[in-house]
Design a protein around this ligand. Structure first.
Ligand SMILES: [Fe+2]
Length: 287
């Protein structure tokens, strides 16, 4: 019989889980207890620091509602969301890399005709976005769904500003035809700050970090028989590419918004010159 002591703490606590029948749960609990006890022994928190942590986690939960998920944000800024995504989507062959989903995707985005403009508030620098969806051997994928969403010129998603932005501003779902091509109109994204009016913001500022994400466009690309990819395309040259607050940047996901200063071409798109063009081709792996 071993009693609880500083030396035996993890071992003694883990003993209490020995009858857990769910093998996966048992493994997770044992590992969590081992790591957390190691952490506590290394840091040696004071009673006040322990209480501060309890308070912090309580406030994090209290900040959550149907539109705000402060725990996911906490996971994001600690790099845990990015790590879980990377582990679960290890790159195979030449398929497009994934990155974090983020908290601003909605399930019921409108289906749009190819070529539609998803910019409803008229703000920002116009952009024509196009590319293709193909398999790892280069064969075009028809019927692929391309779900896109982005922040507006002021750095906010529509669901963050329900009284300011038109509903479903800067989001939509496009479906590729036979040739696997897609194209639509939007605006060049800007960098933005993650929400800082909660416990995550307090931590960001207390530790001297910044809360910004480099400019990006979100995508979920899916097709029957293929693995879906949840990803972003980042704007080459954007501020904060090297210090994304949520660690989402991957080299293969950075692409150029090319400035086009051509009145004729702009007119064809119903834009005013100059505007931007972004090409990004997606490659999906088979399931
Ligand atoms: Fe985003």
């Amino acid at each position: 019989m071993q009693y609880f002591s500083e030396d035996s703490s993890a071992e003694v606590v883990i003993q209490q889980y020995k009858n857990c029948k769910n093998k996966r749960l048992k493994k997770i609990m044992e590992s969590a207890i081992n790591h957390i006890h190691e952490f506590v022994k290394e840091v040696e928190p004071t009673q006040e620091e322990w209480m501060f942590m309890i308070d912090y986690l309580t406030k994090t939960g209290q900040k959550c509602d149907s539109k705000r998920q402060e725990f996911i944000l906490l996971s994001d800024v600690l790099g845990i969301s990015a790590l879980v995504d990377t582990i679960n989507n290890r790159k195979t062959l030449n398929a497009t890399e994934s990155t974090v989903l983020g908290p601003f995707h909605v399930q019921n985005a409108p289906k749009k005709d190819m070529g539609a403009n998803i910019n409803y508030d008229g703000k920002g620098e116009p952009a024509f976005i196009y590319g293709s969806v193909s398999d790892t051997e280069g064969k075009p994928i028809s019927g692929a769904n391309i779900d896109v969403w982005q922040a507006n010129e002021d750095g906010f998603y529509d669901i963050q500003q329900p009284d300011v932005q038109p509903e479903m501003n800067l989001r939509g779902i496009f479906t590729t035809s036979e040739d696997g091509k897609y194209w639509f109109k939007s605006v060049k994204p800007k960098f933005y700050s993650i929400p800082t009016d909660g416990p995550v913001g307090d931590m960001i500022f207390a530790t001297g970090r910044h809360p910004n994400r480099p400019a990006h466009l979100h995508y979920i690309v899916s097709a029957p028989g293929y693995k879906s990819v949840v990803t972003h395309v980042f704007v080459r040259g954007s501020e904060y590419l090297d210090s994304d607050a949520v660690f989402g940047v991957k080299d293969s996901l950075i692409s150029e918004y090319v400035k086009i200063d051509d009145q004729e071409k702009a007119k064809e798109l119903n834009f005013k010159a100059p505007y931007y063009e972004l090409q990004f081709d997606f490659i999906l792996d088979k399931t």
